[in-house]
Design a protein around this ligand. Structure first.
Ligand code: AQP
Length: 328
């Protein structure tokens, strides 16, 4: 029987954080054996913010290193850069015109959050249209399953709606994808404010631990993380969001259950727990960075070239079908 297909991607911004790692990348790794796996570095998404000044080419290479260090294996999975396949943009335009509506996009909470308080003169149309590009990414490859963090759920719903609308109007063309959200780690919260998700656009760098933070900085950020005053290491997301977030991070980085970690620190307060988690985080960062740095730019370029070569025929075939359906 043919394997089902997964597709997912991350924007190539320099400071991928452990929320991205625990909610997305680390979830992808075991799925590679079960699914035909496609992992994209979505550089067209990265240009939606007008203030990106870094060279995107370098960021793409850095991101690919992160994928490989996390355990994405190019022998099992296809890894490629979005802008290498022009059909992503072609399908976006078609979906924009044929299936997507202004009201769909006006309802997207991520757009509302990012646009909140900003003058519209400073918001790109691309930021507004980002979810349609994301739908095109997914639908182009007849994706069955999209493993993502919790914040992307609404965008996957939109991809499903656009596919259904297109199929209804023009006959069966797109597979309807489903989101795969992991039970633990799908929403890692900000270290300085555990009531909001960890996010690279947060105001303070104490909100996140970047995968390229030095182990010392990573450890310091854990020590500074907000907790309540009760000093009992126990998961209670509503009443103790700070310690619950740290427990989740601890559990995922050590592969211990939350229950076991709670038992380990019963009666010991937050001091020991935070000190140990700081060390665990520092070790994780040091190991991750060693792995990432082991890949040369030449290795990465070859992996990406070969990924794009493998994926191109799928995209071409799909866009040909779509154009035929709409009479182009
Ligand atoms: N806090 C999080 N917890 C768990 N998963 C998360 N993801 C993002 N934040 C968390 C997941 O990471 C994947 C890639 O995200 P992305 O960088 O391409 O887009 P994003 O969701 O916009 O990430 P950020 O860091 O939160 O950026 P900003 O600040 O720009 O919004 C996705 O699967 C996402 O769910």
């Amino acid at each position: 029987m043919n394997k089902k297909r997964i597709f997912s991607g991350v924007q190539p911004t320099g400071n991928l954080h452990i929320g991205n790692y625990l909610g997305a990348l680390s979830q992808w790794v075991p799925l590679q054996d079960e699914y035909e796996s496609i992992f994209c570095i979505v550089d067209y998404h990265a240009i939606t913010s007008l203030n990106k000044k870094n060279s995107l080419k370098n960021s793409v290479i850095e991101m690919a290193k992160n994928y490989l260090a996390a355990g994405i294996n190019p022998k099992k999975s296809i890894i490629f850069t979005q802008s290498a396949i022009k059909e992503h943009v072609e399908l976006t335009w078609i979906l924009n015109c044929v299936s997507a509506r202004m009201s769909d996009l006006e309802n997207m909470t991520q757009y509302k959050d990012k646009a909140d308080g900003k003058n519209k003169e400073n918001i790109s149309v691309g930021l507004f249209d980002y979810p349609v590009l994301m739908a095109a990414d997914i639908l182009l490859y007849d994706t069955d399953v999209v493993p993502v963090g919790h914040d992307q759920l609404q965008h996957i719903e939109l991809a499903r709606d656009l596919a259904k609308r297109f199929n209804y109007q023009y006959g069966e063309t797109f597979k309807i994808p489903t989101a795969l959200i992991r039970k633990q780690g799908a929403r890692i919260m900000g270290l300085d404010d555990p009531t909001k998700k960890m996010s690279k656009s947060a105001a303070s760098a104490n909100n996140w631990i970047a995968l390229n933070d030095s182990p010392e900085i990573g450890a310091k950020k854990i020590m500074k993380a907000a907790t309540d005053s009760e000093a009992i290491v126990k998961l209670d997301v509503d009443k103790k969001p700070g310690i619950s977030n740290l427990l989740t991070i601890y559990s995922l980085l050590t592969a211990k259950t939350v229950k076991d970690v709670e038992k380990q620190y019963a009666g010991r307060g937050y001091g020991d727990f935070k000190k140990d988690l700081a060390q665990i985080t520092a070790d994780f960062l040091s190991d991750f960075q060693k792995k990432a740095n082991a890949f040369s730019e030449t290795d990465i370029k070859e992996i990406m070239r070969s990924g794009a070569e493998k994926i191109k025929p799928l995209a071409e075939e799909k866009i040909k079908r779509v154009k035929l359906k709409i009479g182009l």
